[in-house]
Design a protein around this ligand. Structure first.
Ligand code: 6PG
Length: 236
C-alpha cells in the first residue's frame, strides 16, 4: 500500500536526456511496452495511467503501430478537463484518436474520467473506478510551465488536502479549462513506475526549479521506486 502521504516522502528522481524529441518519444514507447510485457508476464494484466496535454501525443501515435498483448491492457487517465467527451481539448479524445481507437484494447478496459459531469461528480465517479486497482504498473505524466502535473496546479487546495481522496475536483485551473478532475499525488504515486515526459524549451524554468529542489507539484509524485524524467536536449 502507498504511504498515506507520499508528499512527505522525498521524491527520488532519475533524469534522462535525449538528443532529440524523436529519440525521447521512441525511448518512451520502448519503456511503456517493456513495462506492459513485465506486468502481463508477472500478473496477467497491465494497468497504465495516461498523461494528457500535447507532449505524449506522438508517443501514443507510435504505440498505434506496435505489437502488444493489448487484450491485457487497462488504461486510466491522470486527469481530465471538464469538457464533453468529444470536445477536441479532452485528454481522452486525444489518446483515442492518436492510439486507443487503433488497437484492440477491450473498450471496458479503458476508463476515461467522466469529467463531462462536472468536477465533483466526475471525481466521485472516478474514485469508485480507482478502487478496482491497488497499484498502477506505470503512470505517465507531463509537466506544465508552472511546474504542475496532471491537474495539480501550484497553490491550490490539493496541497493542504487532509482527506486522501484518490481523485479530486479542480477549479480555477490557470491552464484552461478551469474545471478539471485530477488524480491526487498519493494515487499517482501508487505505481511501480512513474515516467514524466517533458520536451521543449518552454519547460526550462519548471525543470530548473524541479532539479534545484523546489516543491513544485511534479515533485509531490513520490513512488517508492522513484520517478524517471525524460527530457530533450533543450532542457539539459
Ligand atoms: C492537461 C495535462 C497537463 C499537461 C501539462 C503539459 O490536462 O493539460 O494533464 O498536466 O500534462 O500541462 O502539457 P503539454 O504536454 O501540452 O505541454
Amino acid at each position: 500500500m502507498p504511504t498515506l502521504n507520499p508528499i512527505a516522502a522525498p521524491q527520488q528522481s532519475r533524469w534522462h536526456v535525449f538528443s532529440s524529441v524523436e529519440a525521447l518519444e521512441e525511448a518512451a514507447v520502448q519503456r511503456i511496452l517493456q513495462a506492459a510485457e513485465d506486468a502481463i508476464a508477472a500478473r496477467g494484466a497491465f494497468h497504465v495511467v495516461l498523461a494528457g496535454g500535447t507532449t505524449p501525443r506522438n508517443v501514443y501515435r507510435r504505440l498505434r503501430n506496435c505489437e502488444a498483448e493489448w487484450a491485457s491492457w487497462h488504461v486510466y487517465f491522470g486527469d481530465e478537463r471538464c469538457l464533453h467527451g468529444t470536445h477536441p481539448e479532452r485528454n481522452s479524445l486525444m489518446a483515442q484518436e492518436a492510439w486507443l481507437d487503433h488497437v484492440p484494447i477491450p473498450g471496458n478496459q479503458i476508463y476515461p474520467i467522466p469529467a463531462e459531469f462536472g468536477a465533483e461528480d466526475g471525481a466521485d465517479a472516478y474514485v469508485l473506478t480507482l478502487e478496482k486497482v491497488a497499484e498502477f504498473d506505470l503512470v505517465l505524466l507531463g509537466l506544465g510551465e508552472d511546474g504542475h502535473t496532471a491537474s495539480l496546479f501550484p497553490g491550490q487546495a490539493w496541497e493542504q488536502a487532509e482527506e486522501l481522496r484518490s481523485a479530486i475536483p479542480v477549479h480555477e485551473a490557470p491552464k484552461p479549462p478551469p474545471d478539471r478532475v485530477s488524480l491526487c499525488p498519493w494515487r499517482l504515486s501508487a505505481a511501480r513506475e512513474v515516467l514524466f515526459l517533458v520536451t521543449g524549451a518552454g519547460k526550462r524554468a519548471a525543470v530548473d526549479a524541479w532539479r534545484s529542489g523546489a516543491p513544485i507539484p511534479a515533485a509531490s509524485i513520490a513512488p517508492e521506486s522513484g520517478v524517471d524524467v525524460f527530457i530533450d536536449a533543450s532542457l539539459a
